[in-house]
Design a protein around this ligand. Structure first.
Ligand code: PDD
Length: 288
C-alpha cells in the first residue's frame, strides 16, 4: 500500500512519499473539489462525464482547470497502469493550493493536484440480492451540494449516523423532500415509474443520474424527475441507491420499515442488468 504509486503535482510517487504543505487550502479550509471515476477492465467508465463534472465543480469555486480532458485521461491512464487491479476507483482532488491562512482567495496560487487509484471493491452478489437497510435524517448540509466539494463534514456526519445504526446509507430530506444519501443518489419506484429528485443545488448530480435516465429510455421505463415527499419515499414500491462504487443498490428498509415487499424489486433487477451491460466488458481471463 505504502509503495503503491499516487500522482501529486506532476509526479508519480510512492504513497508514503506523497507530501503536501500543512498550509494547503484543502487541509486548512476544505477549499477544493474531487472526482471519483470507476475503471472496469482497465477502461474508464463515463470519463468524459466525470471530467465535465470536475470542470463544473472547479468553475463553481473559481479554480482554473489545471488540465485539458486529454491531459487528465493521459495522467489517469499512466497512474492506473501502475496498479494491477482490473477494476479500480480513481480519486482526483484539486485544491486551491498553498498560501498563508486567510479566508478569501489568495492572489497567486498553484492548484494542488492529487490522484490515487484503489482496487474497486464491488458489493457481493449476496448483499445486492438481499438489499440494504437505510435510515432517514434531515439534510443538514449547505446549499451547494451540486459542487463535488472536498468539504464533506455534513456527509461524514450523516454517514456516521447510518454506520452507528448498522445501516448502509442515510436517506436525507430537506423541508420534507428527498435529497440524497451521504455518498449516493436516491431513486424511488411507484406504480412502475422511476422517480428521482430534480437536479439542482440540493443534490450532487451523480454520473449515474444521466446514465440511469438513458437506461430507462432504452428499456422503455417511465422516468420522472420531480420533488419527492417523505410520504412518497415511505410508500414507495422500491428504493435504490446509485454511485460509482455502489453501482445500483436496492434498499429494502428505511428506519426498520420495509420498502415495498421488503425484497429487491423488479425495476432494480431490470436496471441493474442494463447497468452491467453498459459497463466496459471484463477481459477474458488468460487460458491455462
Ligand atoms: N460519491 N451524491 C453524493 C453526495 C455523492 O458523494 C455521490 C458519489 C453521488 C453519486 O455520484 P456518482 O454517480 O457520480 O458516483 C451522489 C462518490 C462515489 C464518493 O464520494 O466517493
Amino acid at each position: 500500500m505504502q509503495d503503491s504509486l499516487v500522482y501529486l503535482n506532476g509526479q508519480l510517487t510512492p504513497l508514503a512519499d506523497a507530501k503536501i504543505s500543512v498550509l494547503d487550502r484543502g487541509f486548512i479550509f476544505g477549499d477544493g473539489v474531487y472526482e471519483v471515476i470507476p475503471i472496469y477492465a482497465g477502461q474508464m467508465f463515463r470519463a468524459e462525464q466525470h471530467l465535465a463534472r470536475l470542470s463544473r465543480s472547479l468553475a463553481k469555486i473559481r479554480i482554473d482547470n489545471p488540465h485539458s480532458n486529454s491531459e487528465w485521461i493521459n495522467l489517469i491512464e499512466q497512474l492506473s497502469q501502475t496498479h494491477p487491479a482490473q477494476n479500480q476507483i480513481v480519486y482526483i482532488q484539486v485544491t486551491r493550493g498553498v498560501a498563508p491562512r486567510a479566508h478569501a482567495f489568495p492572489a497567486h496560487t498553484i492548484p494542488t493536484v492529487f490522484m490515487m487509484c484503489n482496487p474497486m471493491v464491488l458489493l457481493s452478489d449476496t448483499v445486492r440480492s438481499q438489499g440494504v437497510a437505510c435510515v432517514s435524517m434531515e439534510d443538514l448540509r449547505w446549499l451547494h451540494c451540486e459542487i463535488k466539494s472536498i468539504s464533506l463534514l455534513g456527509n461524514v456526519l450523516s454517514a456516521q449516523y447510518a454506520a452507528e445504526q448498522s445501516a448502509t446509507e442515510v436517506i436525507q430530506f430537506r423541508d420534507g423532500f428527498l435529497t440524497e444519501g451521504s455518498s449516493s443518489n436516491v431513486w424511488i419506484v411507484k406504480d412502475n415509474v422511476l422517480l428521482a429528485p430534480p437536479k439542482n443545488n440540493l443534490i450532487l448530480e451523480g454520473i449515474r443520474y444521466a446514465l440511469v435516465e438513458e437506461l430507462c429510455s432504452a428499456s422503455k421505463i417511465s422516468f420522472s424527475s420531480r420533488p419527492i415527499s417523505r410520504a412518497e419515499v415511505f410508500g414507495a414500491d422500491e428504493v435504490m441507491l446509485t454511485s460509482a462504487s455502489k453501482e445500483i443498490l436496492p434498499v429494502v428498509s428505511i428506519d426498520s420499515k420495509p420498502v415495498g415487499t421488503g425484497r429487491p424489486g423488479p425495476m432494480f433487477s431490470q436496471l441493474y442488468s442494463a447497468y452491467q451491460q453498459a459497463k466496459p466488458p471484463a477481459k477474458p481471463s488468460a487460458k491455462k
